[in-house]
Design a protein around this ligand. Structure first.
Ligand code: AMP
Ligand code: FES
Ligand code: ZN
Ligand code: ZN
Length: 389
């Protein structure tokens, strides 16, 4: 059989017939981190792949293996979720995803049906799944895509987000960093004091908030999932980043010009959102951003997946235990913050006064923006706008 693997893209030939678990073992692939797709359908570990099968092993980083019958209806399962000790058929996986989003929204009063949500959509599985679920659940949800100028990765992402918006007849806002602010993320690689991923995160958060506030959205939603949140928590714990620990929450209330921020997928693993997209026919960018190689969050995800492989449920217990039992008791938020927020002297967005000396305060985005434009002006400084990394 022909087995297509990703990151990097390659094809392996494996003698068949053979079941999925054996093929993964032969190729030394951790079943926790992939979905296996044969003829456009998801298959589970006991499924026997014929000798002439064309199989795709799609990385999603997460998940599990388990019983092959749907927990809800006894039909053949298409995905196992070991931390729930469950497996689902296609229809019930959709129900499971909606149910977890319902629980997240209701438990934390994230959003109501008469509010307007702005969903930040990157073209990846999580944010497209989130937009799709919110629309199906009847929420008023518009999208926002931020063009980062990362070569074909960005152009393909934008194309997929636009195709989704057209198909769902949904409103999409787009902000291109190069058009709007004169730089793109590859240009930021020339900065000495800040990583391009750091500039990317700062720029995205800034644009998300700005568009949400300027257009009067009640709430801003991102596609961060259980794996993202658990990995961020692990990173913050390993370095005892107490201010970040105090702020880590799937629902941050609005304050001082900052819109309310919600992460309705925080109870769902990456494998579940990827499976959701495959089942619903939502086309998403499978490849990772080419600039994140070596990113520390990816290393934390790998470490947690290794633990999860041997004890399913570890990730969820770590994150939910922190949110429900440890955060408020041990990492209360800094109440003095409120008094110290002022408008940035240039763009008017909120910023902390503590970060500045005398004179007009400049927000972190405006300061970084100045620095990126300055290195772009240096001879052989930044990469030209629009260049692939
Ligand atoms: P990341 O920081 O890439 O892990 O993405 C986390 C979340 O941020 C995604 O689930 C999206 O909701 C949002 N996001 C990331 N990149 C973009 C983008 N280029 N445009 C809009 N939203 C994005
Ligand atoms: Fe931001 Fe890759 S998406 S650096
Ligand atoms: Zn079922
Ligand atoms: Zn500013």
């Amino acid at each position: 059989m022909k087995v297509k693997l990703r990151n990097p893209d390659r094809t392996e030939l494996v003698d068949g017939p053979m079941n999925v678990a054996a093929v993964l073992d032969r190729l030394d692939v951790n079943p926790e981190t992939v979905l296996v797709i044969c003829d456009g359908e998801l298959v589970t570990k006991d499924h026997v792949l014929p000798a002439d099968a064309e199989v795709e092993i799609r990385p999603v980083i997460s998940g599990g293996a388990g019983p092959a019958r749907c927990h809800a209806c006894e039909r053949t399962a298409v995905i196992e979720i070991r931390r729930h000790g469950a497996a689902y058929c296609a229809e019930h996986l959709i129900d499971h995803v909606r149910g977890q989003v319902r629980t997240a929204i209701d438990h934390l009063s994230m959003v109501s049906y008469d509010e307007w949500v702005l969903v930040a959509v990157s073209g990846g599985k999580d944010s497209l799944a989130l937009w799709d679920v919110l629309l199906d659940m009847g929420y008023r949800a518009d999208g926002l895509y931020v063009g980062l100028g990362i070569g074909t990765y960005s152009s393909r992402s934008e194309q997929l987000v636009r195709a989704f918006a057209d198909a769902r007849q949904a409103t999409l806002h787009t902000v291109d960093l190069a058009d709007e602010y004169g730089y793109d993320i590859p240009a930021a690689t020339a900065l000495r004091r800040r990583s391009s991923c750091g500039v990317c995160g700062l720029s995205k958060r800034y644009v998300f908030n700005r568009v949400a506030v300027d257009h009067g959205y009640d709430v801003m939603a991102t596609g961060h999932n259980l794996d993202d949140e658990a990995a961020t928590l692990l990173g913050n714990v390993l370095r005892w980043q107490t201010p970040m620990l105090a702020r880590q929450s799937p629902c941050l209330p609005a304050r001082d010009g900052m819109s309310r921020k919600i992460k309705p997928l925080y109870r769902l693993g990456e494998r579940e959102t990827a499976a959701y997209c495959v089942i619903k026919g939502v086309d998403y960018v499978v490849e990772e951003c080419p600039m994140v190689a070596g990113n520390t969050v990816l290393r934390y995800k790998d470490a947690l997946n290794e633990l999860e492989r041997h004890s399913p449920g570890t990730k969820a217990a770590f994150l939910f235990g922190y949110l429900e039992r440890a955060r408020d008791r041990h990492f209360p938020s800094d109440e003095h913050d409120t008094a110290e927020v002022v408008a940035c002297g240039r763009c008017g967005q909120p910023t902390g006064v503590r970060e500045h000396g005398r004179g007009d305060p400049l927000c972190a985005f405006c300061r970084t923006h100045d620095r990126v434009l300055a290195v772009m002006d240096e001879p052989r400084g930044g990469a030209p706008v629009g260049a692939a990394p």
